[in-house]
Design a protein. Structure first.
Ligand SMILES: C[S@@+](CC[C@H](N)C(=O)[O-])C[C@H]1O[C@@H](n2cnc3c(N)ncnc32)[C@H](O)[C@@H]1O
Length: 243
């Protein structure tokens, strides 16, 4: 069990094992989770300028390609696609991919790339689950990277992902391991979860109806935390199948 955080009934020795977590190794810090949403529209134009974001999306895509057998017949959905850093890495490997996001600004940047590259198999869809909107359609693959910690109701999203997946479809979601509120520096606006405990998230996915669950480390990020000290944060990749 990772980092001594309270767990929801996960037995010791659970097959998903302890998640890497640095809280236990770091002094306790004052961290506040706000209920306010982050304005991703404002960040959209310069989102891709940070090389670390491009590197992270590339490494998550590589981990997904290693773990999931992608095929040219697959209809895929990238939830919280942002400017399409992950979407466009997977696009050549699937039949189509729909980038879903609640930020019109992020989607505008992705649409500009789609037009410039003349991609016929990438669509965008504006959708905000926190406003009660629902995903529709039928997909063979749902992917998501670094978005889950920005979603208030994770169980609701898991249900929606399960609903839109075809029977036998695959979920591949990458996000931060438990990070104690240190990843976003001193501004946790729009951060509704300070990362995730792997076992607890796996249990939630299993309770939603997913099976063949697997969790691994996709990549790591070294960056200064709120105190300015270089810190290591790990990103997991959870994969699961709709039975
Ligand atoms: C940290 S960014 C990650 C973007 C992209 N996946 C990447 O790796 O570059 C999180 C994305 O989730 C989107 N998002 C946040 N809350 C959302 C919601 N409730 N519904 C849909 N998308 C949401 C944001 O607009 C943003 O583009």
């Amino acid at each position: 069990m990772g980092c001594g955080c309270p767990q929801r009934g996960i037995p010791v020795g659970h097959p998903f094992g302890p998640s890497p977590c640095f809280d236990a190794m770091q002094p306790m810090m004052e961290t506040t989770m706000t209920s306010e949403k982050r304005d991703f529209d404002k960040e959209a134009a310069l989102w891709d300028e940070k090389p670390q974001r491009v590197k992270l999306a590339t490494e998550v895509a590589e981990a997904m390609v290693q773990r999931v057998a992608l095929t040219p017949t697959m209809e895929a959905l990238d939830f919280g696609c942002g400017t399409g850093l992950l979407t466009l890495q997977l696009q050549p490997l699937v039949r189509s991919i729909t980038g879903v996001d609640s930020s019109a600004g992020m989607l505008a940047v992705l649409e500009d790339k789609i037009n410039r590259l003349q991609l016929a198999n990438v669509r965008t869809l504006l959708c905000d689950l926190d406003q009660g909107e629902r995903l529709t359609g039928r997909y063979d693959l749902v992917v998501s990277s670094m978005t889950l910690h920005h979603i208030r109701e994770v169980d609701t999203l898991l249900r929606q992902w399960h609903d839109v997946l075809a029977p036998g479809g695959t979920l591949a979601v990458a996000d931060l391991d438990s990070e104690g509120g240190r990843f976003h520096g001193d501004d946790n606006t729009g951060v509704f979860h300070f990362g995730f405990d792997r076992a607890a998230l796996s249990l939630s996915a299993a309770q939603t109806g997913f099976n063949e669950l697997s969790v691994e480390t996709a990549t790591e990020i070294i960056k200064p935390d709120a105190s300015g000290r270089p810190s290591r944060f790990t990103v997991f990749l959870l994969t699961a199948r709709k039975g």
